[in-house]
Ligand binder design. Structure first.
Ligand code: CU
Length: 343
């Protein structure tokens, strides 16, 4: 009831104010008061202000661009990222040129054509040449952008050659990432979501698949070798996540019920990037870029890009998830071959 009364009061107040303004307008009209009319002097002043704002506006834009440049990403650390950057910069170049021209004209025209006594706006309804120009030029510019974009997309999204890549699965769940390496056979073992068990089988691996016995599960931080193609397979346990590795210009949706993929070749090791960015604490990072729940902001994992030797050393220190099964399997193979040799 109180809510309704408040609403009625608000509406009545608005009506009262409107009526008051109307009364004020009518009385000034009766008194032939012209103090509220826009004069040529006012127009001239506005025009000059427009001209003053023109350089101020461009200086303002430039200032913020330079001020926030430090928040830009450093150079791309992957081969395909360089292509993405080229595409992005090309788009930004076109946008900047159009922005400068249109903003300049906007302020300049407001200054040049302010209303003067005795002048009338020129009625100019149609011009074929102009119509042609502002249809064809943007169409050409868009075609170039789209063709350039499709070519880059094609190069980046062609499926990886898994046989010659390091195969890694990134598993997303609320709210953490887990990496699974394909192990010596470079093939990821089968999974089945029904087997998910946080304590014993967090990635829902199917233990009957031999290919999975050498798979390695890693949390908090994962390593990749420099200058090798890395083929990522993404899987989600619960909702849609998005694997985002900004320094490699890589992002892919991680969708429950289906496998998505992305591949890239890192070109700069973590140590090199620390020198480039002049930041000894720099780390590559994997983030979630889909708002996936309350702790989405904290869903991240460090990535270390190693030299080939460092990577092999790190990998040799990791234990396969089914280490015992693998050992037994290898032992049985060994026994079989020795028994064949004995025969
Ligand atoms: Cu997420």
């Amino acid at each position: 009831m109180i809510k309704l009364l408040v609403e009625v009061v608000i509406i009545l107040t608005i009506i009262a104010i409107t009526q008051l303004v109307r009364v004020f307008e009518l009385t000034s009209e009766l008194k032939a008061d012209r103090s509220n009319d826009v004069t040529e002097k006012d127009n001239r002043m506005n025009a000059r202000l427009m001209l003053t704002f023109l350089p101020i506006f461009f200086i303002f834009c430039l200032y913020w661009f330079v001020k926030y440049k430090k928040y830009f990403l450093p150079v791309s650390a992957s081969e395909s990222g360089v292509l993405t950057d080229e595409l992005f910069n090309f788009n930004m170049l076109i946008i900047t040129i159009v922005f400068v021209i249109t903003q300049f004209l906007l302020f300049w025209f407001a200054f040049k054509y302010y209303a003067r006594k005795g002048t009338k706006a020129y009625y100019y309804p149609h011009n074929n040449k102009l119509e042609f120009a502002w249809t064809v030029i943007p169409a050409l510019a868009l075609s170039v952008i789209i063709i350039f974009g499709l070519r880059v997309w094609d190069k980046i999204m062609t499926p990886a050659d898994d046989a010659h890549s390091v195969v890694i699965e990134l598993y997303g769940q609320q709210f953490q990432w887990t990496a699974r390496y394909a192990g010596k056979d470079n093939v990821l073992g089968r999974t089945n979501y029904r087997l998910t068990d946080d304590a014993t089988n967090p990635l829902a691996m199917d233990s009957t698949d031999e290919k999975g016995w050498d798979d390695i599960i890693v949390r908090h931080e994962f390593h990749i070798p420099v200058n090798r193609e890395i083929s990522f397979k993404f899987r989600s346990r619960d909702v849609i996540h998005s694997a985002y590795m900004p320094h490699f210009r890589a992002q892919m949706n991680v969708v429950p019920g289906m496998e998505t993929m992305f591949h890239f070749k890192p070109t700069i090791t973590t140590d090199q990037m620390r020198k480039i960015t002049n930041n000894p604490a720099f780390d590559y990072i994997l983030l979630c870029n889909k708002v996936c729940g309350a702790s989405h902001y904290n869903m991240q994992m460090n990535i270390v890009v190693d030299t080939e030797a460092d990577y092999e050393k790190w990998l040799s220190q990791q234990k396969p998830f089914y280490a015992a099964k693998l050992a037994a399997f290898e032992q049985s193979k060994l026994n079989a071959s020795t028994s064949i040799a004995k025969k």
